[in-house]
Design a protein around this ligand. Structure first.
Ligand code: AVI
Length: 325
């Protein structure tokens, strides 16, 4: 705990979100860093690259499900027109599949993409308005984990899209909290469409997070590069190894950066020297993989009821439509 006098002497960088998280994560044992640190400009570009890798089945499998069942999904919304809100929309690459069907059904659709990245939203805005006439985009730059604010939709039903298995990067308790915040902003009968990765054979999962081209490795090590650039740290990414393991008991992929030698790294802007033992790891991400039961165990206590779900032939990925109770 910091006393008032120690707070007054803290280095300024500790007061920034990145500095505070790095300070917290590298001074606690075991060491960890929050996955949101992946997504600076380079990290967001590397993630886009991951979604196109042959081993990373998630994005293309979800896109296949949305392409095949978009009609059915919107049919479930009934006859009332929908306003579509998307959490962590990014460049909204897959959303066009649903927006097109919504425009066909109701003539025009209001689309509210919410994301922390202004540049990703600008790209989304541009391609959606140009490609799908009838979509009215009202983008919001915001961190949806801190709440989504009011979404006016007079006479319409809201449908919140939370796709891309993003919910899998939260601990179940935190995921439930995000959904509770969404619940708070919706009215009974509004809908949420969740895209989640399913638990599957170990080999397929390990390949998806240990790709041959090393893009996931670069994505993981980008955290070190980011700390060097933004905090003046002295990490040598070559002295760390990307590790992705399957934890069957918790049904999650776990991602680490493992120190190959005993070393000391300095972070001058945080007044910090960090010691690593040989083989010691920084835990950078969990990616939970669900079953129908485990997703219901998160969605239902948050005040939603799963109305319908869709999957692919191999049942590798699931799209769940839940109604706000
Ligand atoms: C963004 N999220 C759903 C990705 C996942 O699969 O958990 C992030 C990622 N991490 C490594 N590869 C992709």
């Amino acid at each position: 705990m910091h006393t008032l006098s120690s707070v007054l002497t803290l280095p300024e960088a500790v007061l920034t979100p990145v500095g505070a998280e790095v300070y917290r994560g590298l001074t606690t044992s075991p060491k960890s860093l929050a996955p949101w640190l992946f997504y600076d400009e380079t990290g967001s570009r590397l993630f886009e690259e991951i979604t196109r890798l042959p081993e990373y089945y998630l994005t293309r499998t979800e896109r296949g499900i949305l392409a095949r069942y978009a009609d059915e999904i919107l049919e479930c919304a009934g006859y009332r027109p929908v306003t579509i809100i998307e959490l962590g929309a990014g460049t909204a690459a897959k959303t066009g599949l649903l927006l097109r069907v919504a425009v066909d059904r109701q003539g025009a659709v209001d689309y509210v993409p919410i994301d922390v990245s202004r540049s990703a939203l600008a790209a989304a805005n541009e391609h959606i308005e140009a490609d799908i006439p009838g979509v009215r985009v009202a983008a919001r730059v915001a961190d949806y984990t801190k709440g989504i604010g009011e979404i006016p939709a007079p006479g319409k039903r809201r449908m919140v899209l939370y796709i891309g298995s993003s919910i899998g990067n939260f601990e179940p308790e935190d995921a439930m909290q995000v959904l509770r915040e969404v619940h708070h902003r919706l009215a009974p009968g509004d809908l949420m469409l969740l895209g989640v990765d399913h638990a599957k054979d170990r080999r397929t999962l390990l390949r998806a997070y240990n790709d041959a081209a090393g893009v996931t490795e670069a994505f993981n090590k980008n955290m070190l590069v980011r700390m060097n650039r933004e905090l003046g740290a002295s990490f040598n990414p070559r002295l760390f190894q990307h590790r992705a393991i399957w934890n069957e008991e918790h049904s999650r992929m776990e991602i680490y950066l493992k120190s190959l030698i005993a070393q000391r790294v300095s972070i001058p802007t945080l007044d910090l020297e960090v010691e690593f033992a040989e083989g010691e790891s920084i835990h950078t991400e969990n990616s939970y993989k669900f079953t129908e039961e485990s997703i219901a165990a998160i969605v239902e206590p948050a005040g939603f009821k799963i109305a319908q779900s869709w999957t692919d032939e191999r049942e590798w990925f699931g799209v769940y439509l839940a109604a706000r109770q």
